[in-house]
Design a protein around this ligand. Structure first.
Ligand SMILES: C[S@@+](CC[C@H](N)C(=O)[O-])C[C@H]1O[C@@H](n2cnc3c(N)ncnc32)[C@H](O)[C@@H]1O
Length: 201
């Protein structure tokens, strides 16, 4: 019985990998990081929603959506202005990722559980209406100031025992410093762990 469950889990993970490998993943989570998002979303019991800051073309959103659907179907608010970060605009010029994002989450059959908010995290926070958050996933603008802003705006809605996670902590000094200052040095966050470039608490 346990063996069958493990087998079923492995098959599901493999099928999600295939799905996301067809998407432009240049700025996205790795498979290992995606599996962490899947497992965390699956473990949400529904006391709050899941919030993603920074969706790009939907890779991390699909991992979250698939996990949540295997668990208690907590809704996922996917916040992104879809105009890229300043680094992306420097690299590619003008950016608009929303059409591809919508197409990808539809193909992955998770669009029923995802609520896209096409705004910056700052704009979205103004109309948030105090909904509780069980899992806060931050992968938006990677500068110290902007990650700190995301943290200040959204972490107050985390439930007790909620989970916060940041992407690209090992590769961006601003994020790393923000996490040191506000997670490592805080008494409010425990059970800190790493998966790839993600730090969670
Ligand atoms: C690294 S990409 C996200 C990758 C995505 N999580 C994945 O794994 O596929 C960063 C995204 O953050 C978005 N972004 C930039 N500034 C933002 C802000 N202030 N609020 C919300 N999203 C923002 C960009 O538009 C971009 O799509």
């Amino acid at each position: 019985m346990i063996y069958e469950k493990v087998n079923e889990h492995d098959k599901e993970i493999e099928s999600i990998k295939k799905l996301v490998h067809d998407i432009d993943r240049r700025h996205s989570v790795s498979d290992k990081e995606g599996e962490f998002l899947y497992n965390t979303a699956k473990s949400c019991i529904g006391k709050g929603v899941i919030v993603e800051i920074g969706s790009w073309k939907g890779v991390s959103t699909i991992w979250l959506g698939k996990g949540s659907k295997k668990g208690n179907s907590a809704k996922i608010y996917a916040i992104d202005p879809h105009t890229g970060s300043s680094i992306h605009r420097e690299m590619y010029g003008k950016i608009w990722t929303f059409e591809e994002f919508k197409k990808n989450i539809k193909l992955a059959q998770v669009e029923d559980i995802i609520i896209p908010i096409v705004e910056t995290s700052e704009e979205a926070a103004k109309n948030w209406n105090n909904k509780f958050i069980e899992f806060l996933w931050i992968d938006g603008d990677h500068s110290y100031e902007m990650v700190k802003l995301d943290f200040n705006l959204w972490s107050p809605f985390l439930i007790n025992e909620g989970i916060i996670a940041f992407h690209d902590v090992t590769s961006f000094t601003g994020i790393r410093q923000m996490v040191i200052d506000n997670i490592f040095k805080s008494k409010n966050f425990i059970n800190i762990g790493f998966v790839g470039s993600i730090i969670f608490a």
